[in-house]
Ligand binder design. Structure first.
Ligand code: MG
Length: 203
C-alpha cells in the first residue's frame, strides 16, 4: 500500500505559504505505509520537531488496479473517501528546503498520514465536497474540493502515468488555507459535510 499526496492544490493555501504560483501539473510526493495512523489512535509529537502542523485534506481510497487512467474513467478507480491530516514537521521541511535537500522525512515520518473512517463516495459529487477540522471544539480549517486546482479525477490521471494504482492505495488531495501547529492534548475532529469521520488526540 502506498500513500500518494498532492501539494499546492488550493490557491489560498499556496498564498499563505508565500507561494502564489498556479502549477501546470500536480505536485506529488509519497509517504510510506508506516506513516499511516487510523482508528482514532493518538498522534505522538515526535522529538525531532518543534513545529508539527496539521493539513486537513480529503483522502480517497483506490478500489481498483489501474495504470494510465484517463480523467474520464478515473471515478471508477476509487470508491471511498474520508478526511485526513497530512502532518508536516514544518521546521524540518523549511530547513531541508533551504539547503536544497529532499524534504521527504518532514512529511513521511511515522503517523504523519492520519485518516478517518471511510465512507462510500459513489453518490457524492466529488467536485463539491465540503470538509473541515475542529481543534478543541474550535473550527480551524475548512475547504471545499471545488477550490482545488487539480480535481481528484485529474490527480488520478496524472499520478497513474507514473505509479500503478493498487487497491487500498490512498491519495491525500491537498490542503486548503488555514494550516497551523498542534500541541500536546489537542483534540482534532474532522468532518466531511456534517459527518464526523476523524477524531483523535495529540499526545
Ligand atoms: Mg498536504
Amino acid at each position: 500500500m502506498k500513500i500518494i499526496c498532492v501539494g499546492w492544490n488550493y490557491p489560498l493555501h499556496n498564498k499563505e505559504m508565500d507561494n502564489s504560483f498556479i502549477p501546470n501539473e500536480p505536485t506529488i510526493f509519497l509517504k510510506p505505509e508506516s506513516a499511516l495512523l487510523k482508528d482514532g489512535k493518538p498522534f505522538f509529537i515526535p522529538d525531532f520537531s518543534d513545529n508539527i502542523e496539521y493539513e486537513t485534506e480529503v483522502v480517497v481510497k483506490i478500489g481498483k488496479l489501474g495504470k494510465n487512467i484517463s480523467e474520464k474513467f478515473a471515478h471508477r478507480y476509487y470508491d471511498a473517501i474520508t478526511v485526513g491530516i497530512d502532518f508536516t514537521a514544518r521546521d524540518l521541511q523549511t530547513k531541508l528546503r533551504s539547503c536544497g535537500q529532499p524534504w521527504e522525512i518532514s512529511k513521511g515520518f511515522d503517523s504523519s498520514a492520519v485518516v478517518g473512517s471511510f465512507i462510500p463516495c459513489q453518490s457524492l459529487d466529488k467536485t463539491n465536497i465540503n470538509f473541515h477540522l475542529d481543534i478543541n471544539q474550535q473550527n480551524v480549517q475548512q475547504g471545499d474540493t471545488k477550490d482545488m486546482i487539480f480535481s481528484v479525477d485529474k490527480i488520478i490521471e496524472y499520478v497513474s502515468r507514473f505509479y500503478t494504482l493498487k487497491i487500498g492505495d490512498l491519495i491525500f488531495t491537498g490542503t486548503p488555507a488555514g494550516v497551523g501547529s498542534v500541541k500536546i492534548n489537542d483534540h482534532l475532529e474532522g468532518y466531511i459535510g456534517d459527518e464526523k469521520l476523524l477524531d483523535f488526540y495529540v499526545k
